[in-house]
Design a protein around this ligand. Structure first.
Ligand SMILES: *Cc1c(COP(=O)(O)O)cnc(C)c1O
Length: 379
């Protein structure tokens, strides 16, 4: 089955008892057992729920893995994945990962004895050099947030494998429409399904997928033990969103390409970050490992131009955190999504005060361009 067909018919696409083509919301916390100790398929909804199971099978199909797991948020999925490791274990982490992941690592996981080294995973030599005798995994994002940096998943997975280290990729920005890390050699993929997979800014959810049976068993155990599962209503809503991922991504990317061209030729813009920029340093790898360049872009205004005034002047593009929704969303990382990172560290990582991040939505591109134009005229 090809990808766009899988979105509709992948996973469990029909309810086995009624034939319903939309998997019903099984809002039941427990299931009748016909005899004691009979190992029934469904027993208690934290352990397994048919609506959630359909979603889990769907994301496993889409990422070409063997087992999927759904959680109450992307952060919960990431927490459960890190719970595979034990006190004394070491993990190499990309230096431009989601702010909430940094917070989880620094303020929660370190207290439980996990140790971390932060590296720029674009630099293979530095990534390799960061591996220690107790290193269990390399954790990275590509493209990153907000600078859209690209790391070579296949090269990293290869060097990790050689040393018996797992590779974990947060695939939120690319989505399985553009990139399948498991096919490139990664062991686990995580998603904030709150973003493109849900796609309508109306659900908070997380997913994890693996193609390794031993990891799958451990993740199932941890999902049930920690209990941060996705409820049946949200599992249903997320499946509904995923069905249109293909058509949404096509238009998201078409619009992003148009807006990229506009920004790249705008005298008030100093710099644009976009994986589809042919002069960008990640372009060749992006072309190799992604089917499209996504619909996230960031840009810096010329020094002296006020980014706050610019984003506040927009009338169609929503000033808001998050990304991947049908509506275009714009924000200033330095004071919004990345405001918790100390300024020196933020600047060291290349996130300037005047950087603006744009999640290009599905509006008519002419309206988006007109909105940007009128906001540029005000600064
Ligand atoms: C939003 C996001 C997360 C966290 O997901 P939540 O669903 O908000 O918990 C993790 N990684 C990336 C790349 C994200 O954008």
């Amino acid at each position: 089955m090809k990808f766009n067909t899988k979105l509709i018919h992948g996973g469990i696409s029909e309810d086995s008892t009624t034939g319903a083509v939309s998997i019903p919301i099984y809002r039941s916390s427990t299931f009748h057992q016909h005899k004691v100790g009979g190992a029934p398929k469904w027993e208690y909804a934290r352990t397994g729920n048919p609506t959630r199971a359909a979603l889990e099978q769907l994301i496993a199909d889409l990422e070409q893995g063997t087992a999927g797991f759904a959680f109450s948020s992307g952060s919960a999925a990431i927490h459960v994945v890190f719970s595979l490791f034990s006190a004394g274990d070491h993990i190499v982490v990309g230096n431009d990962v989601y702010g909430g992941t940094f917070r989880l690592i620094n303020q929660v996981l370190k207290r439980f004895g996990l140790t971390f080294t932060v590296v720029d995973t674009r630099d293979l030599a530095a990534t390799s050099a960061a591996i220690q005798s107790n290193t269990k995994a390399i954790y990275l994002e590509t493209p990153t947030n907000p600078l859209l940096r690209i790391s070579d998943i296949q090269a990293i997975a290869r060097l990790a494998q050689k040393q018996g280290v797992r590779t974990i990729v947060d695939n939120t920005f690319a989505t399985p429409y553009n990139q399948n890390p498991l096919v490139l050699g990664a062991d686990i993929v995580v998603h904030s399904a709150t973003k493109y997979l849900g796609g309508h800014s109306d659900v908070v959810a997380g997913l994890a997928v693996t193609n390794d049976n031993q990891i799958a068993e451990q993740l199932a155990f941890l999902q049930n033990s920690i209990g941060s599962v996705l409820g049946p209503d949200d599992s249903w809503l997320l499946q509904r969103g995923i069905k249109t991922l293909g058509v949404r991504m096509r238009v998201h990317q078409e619009n992003a390409q148009i807006i990229y061209q506009y920004l790249a030729n705008n005298a008030k813009v100093a710099k644009v970050y976009y994986p589809g920029n042919p002069a960008g340093d990640g372009y060749a790898i992006a072309k190799k490992q992604m089917n499209g360049f996504g619909a996230m872009l960031s840009f810096e205004l010329r020094p002296g131009l006020d980014p706050k005034k610019f984003v506040e002047s927009l009338q169609i593009v929503d000033l808001a955190e998050s990304l991947g929704g049908v509506e275009s969303l714009i924000e200033i990382p330095a004071v919004m999504t990345h405001g918790a990172i100390p300024r020196e560290i933020r600047l060291e990582n290349g996130i300037q005060d005047e950087l603006i991040r744009l999640s290009v939505g599905l509006e008519d591109s002419a309206d988006l361009l007109a909105d940007l134009q009128q906001a540029f005229a005000q600064i």
